[in-house]
Design a binder for this molecule. Structure first.
Ligand code: KG4
Ligand code: ZN
Length: 347
């Protein structure tokens, strides 16, 4: 077969993503986000997200086909995020994918959202180095994974034991009076701030913690430290230097993430680190990872920001890889699984 044309559908959180990919070539990446509808609640409201997916699904599929200049009948396979994510939101995408698969008589691949965050980099930087060390950091997950063949499985080396990295960005942004989602706002504020203004704690980096949690993360203590610091300032009647606190907080997160990713790569004898997920859009994380990794002879790959946040192209990219490598498609009655383990890349 020539390179497979795959339609990918992503609905695990608040983005309705529909991507079209041929092999490793991105043809279209249509995204409709319900983020504005959640902003006043300070976090994603599952029922609101599900309803928004339902309304956005058909127009987003049409937009993707139009951009790519392909008809639905031309696709070789449908790929969809089966988990992990919000149960109701996932169900909308999985139901839409099944309807397309049945209607078009094409195979369906129910894939893992995290593995899709890894596979998407192929659209920008070509085939993945095997093995590579993937660091996935987003609103819902923070993990270090050893990836040899992303269509077969990934090996988790560590993960957050409490908040995800993006969650910490969102919560700290809220403390500082910045809008949701907070990551991009902290990133921007931090550019004007002093990153050594406050020496915030680096979670799970003490010698004792490293014995048990060498490749795990913890961000809830950092979030509490920022909250206490801000409260103390407010009590004393002094203004809170938002840019400096944002920069100091961001520095603490990026310091721990990059240190642990490089340590994991070195321990595994891996020379390529791939960073994915919404927090990979962070400018300081990108710069620090590149600088520190280069000093150790390790290469860093980060997709462009639009491919780091949730999108349909990443699902299509993983689906295309499944087709190219001859993996068996999913059953038509495969369920959406909100807690799909990271080790299960194809349902
Ligand atoms: O991957 P994603 O779109 O959705 C999830 O699967 O969670 O990630 C969203 C997360 C949010 O927490 C958001 O604040 C964070 O990614 N984020 C950032 C930046 N852009 C998005 N965090 C730090 N810096 C950024 N520039
Ligand atoms: Zn994600």
């Amino acid at each position: 077969m020539s390179e497979p044309l795959v339609l990918g559908i992503e609905t695990s959180c608040d983005e309705t993503g529909v991507g079209l990919v041929r092999g490793h070539t991105l043809l279209a990446d249509a995204v409709a986000s319900s983020v504005d509808e959640h902003a006043r609640f300070g976090g994603v409201v599952p029922e609101v997200a599900s309803r928004a997916h339902l309304e956005a699904m058909v127009p987003t599929i049409e937009r993707a086909c139009e951009t790519a200049g392909v008809r639905l009948h031309d696709v070789d396979a449908i790929a969809v995020t089966s988990g992990p994510g919000l149960a109701g939101a996932l169900m909308v995408g999985v139901a839409a994918a099944k309807a397309l698969a049945i209607g078009l008589g094409k195979p369906i691949y129910g894939v893992n959202h995290l593995a899709a965050h890894v596979a998407v980099d192929q659209l920008e930087h070509g085939p993945l180095p095997e093995p590579c060390l993937a660091m996935l950091v987003s609103g819902g997950h923070s993990s270090l994974l050893r990836v040899t063949d992303v269509t077969i499985g990934v090996d988790p080396l560590g993960a957050t034991i409490d908040d995800a990295a993006g969650e910490a960005f969102d919560k700290v942004a809220r403390l500082l009076g910045l809008p949701f989602p907070g990551g991009p706002h902290i990133d921007r504020a931090a550019r004007e701030g002093d990153s050594v203004y406050v020496d915030f704690p680096r979670g799970l980096t003490s010698r004792r913690d490293l014995e048990r949690h060498r490749f795990d993360f913890s961000f809830s203590g950092l979030k509490t430290a920022v909250a206490r610091w801000v409260e103390a300032r407010e009590r004393s009647g002094e203004p809170v230097p938002v840019n400096d606190v944002a920069a100091s907080f961001q520095e603490a997160v990026c310091d721990v993430l990059t240190r642990k990713a490089i340590d994991a790569a070195q321990t595994q004898g891996i020379e390529d680190i791939l960073i994915g997920g919404g927090v990979a859009a962070n400018s300081r994380l990108r710069a620090m990872a590149e600088e520190r990794a280069a000093a150790k002879g390790i290469r860093v790959r980060v997709p462009r920001p639009g491919l780091c946040t949730d999108n349909g192209a990443m699902v299509a990219a993983l689906g295309a890889e499944m087709v190219s490598r001859g993996r068996t498609p999913s059953a038509l009655d495969h369920p959406a699984d909100s807690s799909l383990p990271v080790t299960e890349v194809l349902v």
